[in-house]
Unconditional design. Sequence first.
Length: 332
Amino acid sequence: MPGNRQVVIANVPTGPLEPSNFEVREGDALAPGEGQVLCRTLALTIGAGQRAGLQGSASYAGAPVSGVVMGGTGIARVEESRAPGLAAGDIVVAPTGWQELSVHDGAGLQRVEAGIDPALQLGVLGTNGLTAYFGLLEVGRPKAGETVVVSAAAGSVGHIVGQVAKRQGCRVVGVAGSDEKCQLLVKELGFDEAVNYKDPGFRAAFKAVTPDRIDVYFDNTGGDILESALFRMNLRGRIVCCGVVSQYDTSNPGPGPRGVPGLLVNNRVRMEGFLVFDFAARYGEARRELASWIERGELAPRVTEFKGLEAAPRAFVELLHGGTIGTTIVRL
Ligand SMILES: NC(=O)c1ccc[n+]([C@@H]2O[C@H](COP(=O)([O-])OP(=O)(O)OC[C@H]3O[C@@H](n4cnc5c(N)ncnc54)[C@H](OP(=O)(O)O)[C@@H]3O)[C@@H](O)[C@H]2O)c1
């Protein structure tokens, strides 16, 4: 029986996440029961929202505990099947967690085409691409000619939001944490403007790149960037509350921004949160459309890759510190 290396939560973080919050251990051998499959993880994706999952009750995922395998989504190959409709060699998307092997009920698994790169399946065709697609198009509802602003713009969700808004005919402004990221957004991903929120002159620069103010603000960060956007919203603007990454890597999230609800009232702004799972019935349709945009060269997804299961904690820390671009993938 093959071994099963696993990354477990050694201790729940009380301050900024560190690799030492995790440890690698050898897990017990696994065998699938009736209706189940044994899977070998090929690649994992790490998302910023997983840090919220380690924060406790504020997250929809519930309170975190130590001593368990870190959760997460992976692309895996079926090694052994006792489930109808699945055979050894099939490739599936599964809640593998950070481990080499995992057992799942066959009924809940999604089979994917073997020839497609796991980085694509986990990135733009996975949860974060779908989040960008539905959050922007269904919650933000941008119209051609409108100004769309997105924060964490070079990240997994953000870089797709900006490119989809561009193909909707919008003027797109990205907010990111380095000049290199801002350059990439404009020069390679087609954003009209990008501003670095870490620059001391951010507020003035932000104002300068939104001369017609903002119609749709896609908020991945909350915090100061959300506050800046609130003060620039147009009449009947929409704020898409996707996530709050500025408040994840801490045990003491800051208070909400100024301007709520006063500015929402005055400008009749709609501020709406969503979870991508709300749109689960339409994932197939969205994946087909996103794939067709990639094929036509209208969408260029990016990934940052790490090699080996042991790299997962470091990849997570780097993601939170702005060290990755696009979707963060760990290949096993
Ligand atoms: N609603 C849903 O269903 C749903 C589903 C998936 C993801 N999400 C949310 O989508 C957001 C993006 O997730 P992701 O996985 O795509 O992560 P990501 O954008 O790839 O990575 C997070 C990025 O946030 C930026 N960041 C870190 N600290 C920040 C701070 N204090 N202020 C501003 N920016 C900061 C960093 O880039 P910089 O270099 O720019 O700082 C970092 O690279 C998260 O809020 C996540 O929770 C929501």
